[in-house]
Design a protein around this ligand. Structure first.
Ligand code: NI
Length: 225
């Protein structure tokens, strides 16, 4: 069953501020989207939202007229009017510069490509002059892989070592020319041993592409008796 579309009406699109009124008939949805900017929502009516999230999760969220809330860039969802009445809210976005937006899109595409085990897309996100510093290695930086061929081989080795590897609950932020991606690595190695550990990447950009991926993971120790 397809739902009707919510109707966006842009009221302000000037400099760093964009204000969009979203109008939903009962059952209408925004469609899946990723927020590229920090934003504040000001409900113009009461209402009942259904939020669909990646991975199949859903949750109900009441909309309370004139009670605003804010979210950070990177939110990924589909928003549905789950009530019996029309509803509307004003979405006010803080628009960063276009390069910052492209960098954030790169991090999201890069994260999706890791989960899809898609080496071509991974390398498309990497700059011509690139490096990967792994989370483990014999030197303080972790194993250093410099240059596109070495980086591609190192990425391929991750998929080879963990054929079902996934990076769950990804969160991405960009500050200047530095990106931060956090995730939980979950995968079984070739011996069938399950590894589940939180970690992050610090990423340095060259333009909108990644010049360096520097990976960190928590180190598990046995629980104290
Ligand atoms: Ni949204």
């Amino acid at each position: 069953m397809s739902r009707p579309s919510a109707k966006p009406v842009v009221h302000i699109d000037q400099g760093r501020i964009r204000a969009t009124e979203w109008r939903f008939e009962p059952g209408a949805e925004t469609g899946w989207h990723i927020h590229g900017h920090d934003y504040t929502v000001v409900p113009l009516t009461d209402g009942e939202l259904l939020i669909e999230e990646p991975g199949g999760g859903t949750r109900a969220a009441p909309l309370v007229r004139h009670a605003p809330y804010s979210r950070m860039a990177g939110v990924h969802h589909n928003v549905v009017n789950n009530g019996g009445q029309p509803l509307s809210f004003l979405e006010i976005e803080v628009v960063e510069d276009p390069l910052q937006e492209k960098r954030l899109q790169t991090l999201m595409r890069f994260g999706d490509a890791w989960n899809a085990h898609d080496l071509d897309t991974l390398m498309d996100c990497m700059a011509d002059d690139c490096a990967f510093h792994a989370s483990a290695g014999s030197v303080p930086e972790g194993a250093v892989h410099a240059g596109r061929d070495a980086v591609r081989a190192a990425f391929a080795a991750v998929f080879d070592d963990f054929p079902d590897a996934q990076w769950t609950h990804p969160q991405h932020r960009v500050v200047g020319d530095v990106g931060l991606s956090t995730w939980r690595f979950v995968g079984r190695n070739r011996d069938g041993v399950l590894v589940a550990v939180d970690g992050c990447d610090l990423l340095r950009f060259s333009g909108a592409r990644i010049a360096q991926k520097d990976s960190y993971r928590k180190s598990k120790v046995p629980a104290k008796a």
